[in-house]
Design a binder for this molecule. Structure first.
Ligand code: ATP
Ligand code: MG
Length: 283
């Protein structure tokens, strides 16, 4: 059995559960207990506060975990990052009240900064050779300047709307973060094999989301151009149509290049282009 720690509720919960589901893992967790067992994969899921996950994985109570990079760095526990999951994206930033005259990092010298991330903040201050007074608080950091507890804050930001409603302005980004899959450093062979199996599935899900399946009809004299444009996974599938001189072409296209590829296909006289999502992609 591989044991995975995930956040029990909060910003990472939904995406973590969705990832397991897309990996084909079903849980019997009807009434949200502390622990759930997968029905069709040797996996046990522990639902925890995100702050505790690095410690549990470090101690080996859980073998792997899904947690924000910000939390991993703050806790400083030696765990191995095995996959950048691409959700839970945010940044850890320094923000000051609108009236604060910020003229660069030197403006932080000697001020009081409230944060739940004292270690990451201290490291940033050291790197910049700055000295500021760090006030560690565990929540609602954004109200600290308003109540006179601090001159500035260092907190997680995604859209910036919380800062805005509290009359704060983001002046420096000190960390870009996303959810990580982390693992204990001393997994045994069996656990490592299970982790590899899970990683193979995660890769399949993530590659699938980055690609689309594409199908079209094209005149035979353009097939060389289209094949060069759409290399696909190995090379495109080309099947002759009943109509003389035409073929059906099937391939895979990266979503980042999607519109550019579409325009070129049109210029190569492709017709009846169908684009479909891919559920799983094993390369
Ligand atoms: P817990 O009860 O588990 O301790 P929490 O309140 O500490 O939860 P959440 O607010 O649910 O934590 O955030 C969990 C993680 O989501 C953060 O550590 C961070 O990695 C990520 N995240 C993404 N966007 C944001 C954001 N705008 N604000 C805070 N966290 C964010
Ligand atoms: Mg937390």
């Amino acid at each position: 059995m591989l044991k995975i720690a995930v956040q029990k509720s909060g910003r990472l919960y939904e995406d973590s559960m969705r990832l397991l589901k897309e990996c084909g893992i079903e849980l019997n967790n009807g009434n949200k207990q502390l622990k759930a067992v997968a029905l069709n994969f040797p996996l046990e899921v522990y639902f925890l506060r995100d702050d505790d996950i690095p410690q549990y994985v470090f101690d080996g109570v859980a073998d792997i975990g899904i947690v924000g990079e910000n939390v991993v760095l703050e806790k400083g526990k030696e765990v191995r990052s095995v996959y950048r999951l691409g959700f839970g994206r945010c940044r850890l930033s320094i923000a000051v009240p609108k009236s604060f005259e910020y003229a660069g990092p030197l403006s932080l010298n000697g001020i009081r900064i409230a944060t739940s991330y004292p270690h990451i903040l201290q490291r940033y201050l050291d790197e910049q050779s700055l000295s500021a007074e760090i006030h560690e608080i565990s929540g609602s950091v954004e109200i600290a300047p308003g109540i006179g507890l601090a001159d500035a804050i260092c907190d997680l930001v995604s859209s910036g709307s919380t800062l805005f409603t509290n009359g704060l302005r983001e002046v420096a980004v000190i960390l870009q973060s996303e959810a990580l899959l982390v693992a204990n450093n001393q997994l045994n062979d069996e656990q490592r094999q299970l982790l590899d199996k899970l990683l193979m599935r995660i890769n399949a899900v993530k590659s699938a989301r980055k690609n689309k399946y594409i199908l079209m009809n094209a005149p035979n004299h353009q097939l060389a151009n289209i094949t060069a444009l759409l290399p696909g996974m190995k090379s495109p599938t080309i099947v002759p149509l009943a109509e003389e001189g035409w073929s059906s072409v099937q391939s895979v296209v990266n979503v980042d290049d999607f519109w550019e590829v579409m325009e070129k296909l049109k210029s190569f006289e492709a017709q009846g282009i169908l684009v479909m999502p891919i559920e799983q992609m094993i390369v």
